[in-house]
Design a protein around this ligand. Structure first.
Ligand code: MRU
Length: 364
């Protein structure tokens, strides 16, 4: 997608052919910075400390991390050790494990001497695949937006609420939840997006709003607690969110607060869609609430906020009294029964074991 006049992906191979460049998302929307990841440690820190974030991008970055590590030691033992180091960086997004498994399974079949080159090629393929999956999700989600647009009065926009950032910054390009929105705009459909700020890290306010601005998508930033009120007043036509892990029975784990939006949507008959590429499905898990590990992040993310001062500098300020403890579960699980549909690259699946099996029969 575009930043100014230039097309960017969130991750690309550095011109040295070994390192990878990523958009350092910690400074958006105030500063656009690119950082070069040269070592396995750089990659692990970038994922753990959320220089990059979003389930699909975490997976792709980890794949490149494996490739970087293979340059110094491509043995089976090293491959296993790298898998462990990267796997423990963030526990909830399943795309991380998926990408690491893809890399390890593939590389084990490659002679050790050829592994580094093969790993870069495979990581590049995983990145390209992510883009194709998102384009297909966009085309499938666009059908829903079109249907809603057809029921609106002339000139009225389709009002879409989204939570967190499941945009192009969370993937290699296009995004998952945003792909249908970008395609609707390209298609000339009038849309308007309510962007949840998404405390504590404000991925909505800082990242989704920045994306919407950059691509001329009409939008309004709202506090996390406003969605229910807007739905009660008929101001939201549909919700589209992303996911960090979707279970085989259709439960959706996503950024903390998603569940409350789904409850409000159900109570107000607002369709609630989840956009997901199939690598986000964890076929081994059948009960999201009990089985998905929820990342507990540093409480500083709750007690401090980051913003830009009047002089342009960026600083972090405390918002709560010293000494008040804070808890920071980063994700929650929305049960399948609250979900209208799962927008996948193959089509829109019912959020149920049967719905997912029908869409992905090879998994039965
Ligand atoms: O903690 P984050 O910023 O990595 O969480 C991101 C989300 O929850 C996204 O909604 C999810 O990864 C889907 S991204 C296409």
């Amino acid at each position: 997608m575009k930043v100014g006049d230039r097309h960017y992906r969130t991750i690309w191979l550095n011109e040295d052919g070994r390192s990878v460049d990523v958009i350092d998302q910690r400074w958006l929307p105030h500063e656009f910075r690119v950082v070069t990841l040269k070592t396995l440690d750089d990659v692990a820190v970038a994922i753990r400390d959320m220089w990059i974030r979003g389930a699909p991008l975490i997976g792709v970055t980890a794949a490149y991390g494996v490739a970087i590590a293979m340059l110094s030691d491509a043995s089976d033992e090293a491959l296993d050790a790298v898998w462990e180091v990267l796997h423990e960086t963030r526990p909830t997004a399943i795309n991380l494990r998926w990408a690491l498994d893809e890399m390890r399974t593939f590389l084990r079949k490659v002679p050790v001497s050829d592994r580094a080159a093969a790993a870069y090629k495979k990581a590049g393929e995983i990145a390209e695949e992510d883009i194709q999956l998102n384009r297909s999700i966009g085309a499938n989600g666009l059908k829903v937006i079109r249907e809603i647009a057809a029921r609106k009065k002339p000139g009225e926009p389709v009002n879409i609420l989204t939570h967190c950032n499941a945009g192009w910054l969370a993937t290699v390009d296009y995004g998952t939840a945003t792909a249908p929105i970008y395609m609707a705009v390209e298609d000339g459909i009038k849309v308007h997006v309510y962007v949840d700020e998404t405390r504590p890290r404000n991925q909505g306010a800082q990242l989704t709003a920045w994306e919407m601005n950059g691509h001329g998508v009409p939008h309004t930033l709202i506090v996390d607690n406003a969605g229910g009120h807007l739905m009660q007043h008929g101001d939201v036509d549909m919700v589209i969110v992303g996911t960090d892990r979707t279970t085989a029975n259709g439960d959706v784990c996503n950024k903390i607060g998603t569940y409350l939006k789904a409850l409000a949507a159900k109570d107000n008959n607002v369709p609630f869609y989840v956009a997901l590429p199939s690598p986000t499905i964890d076929w081994t898990v059948h009960d999201g609430v009990r089985e998905i590990p929820i990342e507990e992040r540093n409480s500083d993310e709750v007690t401090f906020v980051q913003g830009r001062n009047g002089d342009g500098s960026i600083s972090t300020v405390r918002v709560s009294p010293e000494g008040s403890p804070a808890a920071n579960p980063a994700f929650d699980v929305t049960p399948a029964r609250l979900i209208t549909g799962l927008i996948t690259e193959r089509g829109i699946a019912k959020a149920s074991p049967e719905g997912l099996k029908d869409m992905f029969p090879e998994r039965s």
